[in-house]
Design a protein around this ligand. Structure first.
Ligand SMILES: Cc1cc2nc3c(=O)[nH]c(=O)nc-3n(C[C@H](O)[C@H](O)[C@H](O)COP(=O)(O)O)c2cc1C
Length: 207
């Protein structure tokens, strides 16, 4: 299995998976940055790279092995009728101009991956944990996309929450948008943003 450049050694079920340091991952995490969704252009990931991204994403922690998520792949060419329909729905939103303008984020990216959280309400695994797992899927996609050299951004926007938007996106009962992961090549390198100081939000357990 390869992402088009790097051979990836996906383990088979039951294989030993030794824990090893990886300086490259640490370097990437130290500099990981979302790219402006509107500024994403070609090239986007190839079909092979997309397949690799999904294989990496489903490796997230998942209490109860419920796989409480699914993907909808949206190549740019497939988005036209969705964007048109969302444009009509935007007119009924509290701030139609803003709602319409936000569609640029969905329109620009060569590929958007819609990550749908699909919880099992009857499971003994708490819903919160099922939803957290969908967040982990989104985060893994962001990291993996950047590791392949792409810009990416995790966006929800109003149509993830508007009932008409959810219907258009084909969400079923117990399903919610965890995020659109927009992926492509950034028009320009993003600038670093302010980051929280870990010390300010960290205490040591008194014991
Ligand atoms: C669940 C979730 C939903 C988000 N939805 C939006 C959104 O709708 N619009 C937006 O501008 N940013 C949204 N963001 C924030 C972007 O991902 C933002 O660009 C990112 O936090 C930038 O910081 P980074 O460089 O640390 O990734 C969302 C983030 C998360 C975690």
């Amino acid at each position: 299995m390869s992402d088009g450049g790097v051979a990836l050694d996906f383990p088979m079920f039951g294989d030993p998976v030794p824990i090893e340091p990886d300086a490259g991952t640490l370097r990437l995490l130290a500099r990981r940055r979302s790219s402006s969704a509107q500024g994403l252009g070609e090239p986007g990931p190839s079909a092979e790279q997309l397949e690799t991204l999904l294989r990496l994403a489903v490796r997230v922690p998942d209490h109860g092995k419920l796989a409480p998520w699914r993907f909808v792949i949206m190549p740019k060419a497939s988005k036209a009728s969705l964007l048109e329909a969302l444009g009509r729905i935007a007119e009924g939103q509290p701030e139609p101009d803003t709602a319409r303008a936000k569609l640029a984020k969905l329109a620009a990216a060569p590929v958007s991956i819609l990550v749908v959280s699909r919880i099992d309400p009857g499971s003994k695994i708490p819903v919160w944990e099922q939803e957290l797992s969908a967040g982990a899927v989104c985060m893994t996609l962001l990291i993996a996309a950047q590791a392949m050299g792409f810009g990416a951004n995790w966006i929800t926007d109003w149509y993830a929450y508007a009932p008409e938007g959810q219907k258009l996106l084909g969400l079923g009962e117990h399903e919610r948008v965890a995020g659109f992961i927009h992926i492509g090549t950034p028009a320009e390198a993003p600038l670093e943003r302010p980051r929280p100081d870990p010390e300010a939000i960290t205490t040591y357990w008194a014991g």
